[in-house]
Design a protein around this ligand. Structure first.
Ligand code: FES
Length: 102
């Protein structure tokens, strides 16, 4: 599903999209894009409202501070202990695409 143009988002920005009914957090790191499940695995809060660390390639849940790796979906700090899903991102001529089902 097409989400946006690459230039619609600034480096270090995170944005929530609904992709086929799934909440997805799309993050731009430099010129790369990563997509993970938007709902924190610790409780029902939106990861896209958290802070992106471009150097570490993580996003920090704003509620209790767990940092999730954007490549693996794994939490790198407590209190979250379970990963969030990671979704493939494709950059096509018409924009940034993410699929939640293969
Ligand atoms: S809700 Fe995300 S760390 Fe608690």
């Amino acid at each position: 599903m097409r989400l946006c143009e690459p230039d619609d988002m600034k480096p270090g920005e995170a944005r929530r999209f609904d992709v086929d009914g799934e909440p997805v957090c799309l993050v731009r790191i430099e010129d790369r894009f990563h997509a993970i499940g938007d709902t924190c695995s610790h409780a029902d809060f939106s990861l896209s409202e958290g802070e992106v660390d471009e150097g570490e390639c993580t996003i920090e849940c704003w509620k209790h501070g767990s940092a999730f790796n954007l490549l693996t979906g794994e939490p790198e700090s407590l209190p979250a202990t379970r990963p969030v899903p990671v979704y493939p991102v494709r950059i096509e001529d018409d924009g940034v695409h993410v699929e939640v089902r293969s």
